[in-house]
Write a new protein. Sequence first.
Length: 398
Amino acid sequence: MSSARQPHLTARLQGFGTTIFTEMTRLAIQFGAVNLGQGFPNFDGPDFIKEAAIAAIRAGANQYSRMSGLPELNRAIAAHQQRFYDLSYDPDSEVTVYSGATEAICATLQALCDTGDEVVLFEPFYDSYRASVTMAGAVPKVVTLHAPDFAYRPEELESVITPKTRAILLNSPHNPTGKVFTRSELEHIASLCQRFDLIAITDEVYEHLVYEGSHVPLATLPGMRERTVLISSSGKTFSFTGWKVGHTCAPPALSAAIRCAHQFVTFCTATPFQHALAKAFVADDAFFTGLVAEYRARRDRLCQGLRELGFGVLAPAGAYFVMTDIRPLGYADDVEFCRMLPEQVGVAAIPPSSFYERPANGRHLVRWAFCKTDDVLDEGLRRLQKLPRRAPLASAAG
């Protein structure tokens, strides 16, 4: 976060400033760089989903939808949860649709946190988490995921829980590390939620992008469904990130509270996109298995290329980002490295120290996105061959 005070901005948001994504995208455009930074595909999702949106527009489905979501979409989301995780949710009272998972996270925190409440976050974290916690008047309490395997230390998690703790916000599969939390880790987190009467807020937008192991929703663990707000999104699974359609699944009382905040933020999300995604969530198994195979191949392509270039590659088990250690190439500062790349090398990446409360923990890492076509990945790797090498520094990654 910046230390300079920004005029007109409220005290609670001072220091957040412009996101690192905005800065790196600006540099990518300015220098014509291959953008392996911001996490959006450079390709569209399936035609059958696009055609469904077009048909909905032509049929006149262009006005406000129900605040909690188009009934057809809510039913499709509930069916998806039952199909993949054996989680049963009532479409009308327990499923809510938002303008993206980011809004769902913000509305959830606005609804459930009082001023002074504490929310546990794992760093590195998606950058909206800390801002959303702060806007809710709550206080972030941070636990570090330690490279190279990005495990957390159980005693560190237990030490940050106090009588003021309201919730634990968990992201798995994890952005930016690609970590998929293990069952034993989830069981530990679940035990703490139950022991201290905490709400679990789970960001599962990469649920269908798992390459090693499997995704286990925290809500499936004993005693957790009734205290979990499960958040996901259509953008990552169906490659329509610009449509911004997310959802929560939560018990009726939690859902009713979150809807109270949601109705005063966006009220509802784009109606024709909801019609289209009602068909997407009930896609056949071949779509979901094909999605994983395609992304695994992209992951392996980028990881292998970065490894050959000398980076310390921390291969992800899920999501669509690769974290690399830049010290083997003689670099120690991720922000300096990523600001240099677009102009000198013609590639854009993201410095993940901006996702840490303690930036030094991520200063030696750089995040790359592989949600790109093969030709874009190959061109990025080709350009990275021009990267100036320095004397290697001590490295934690092989």
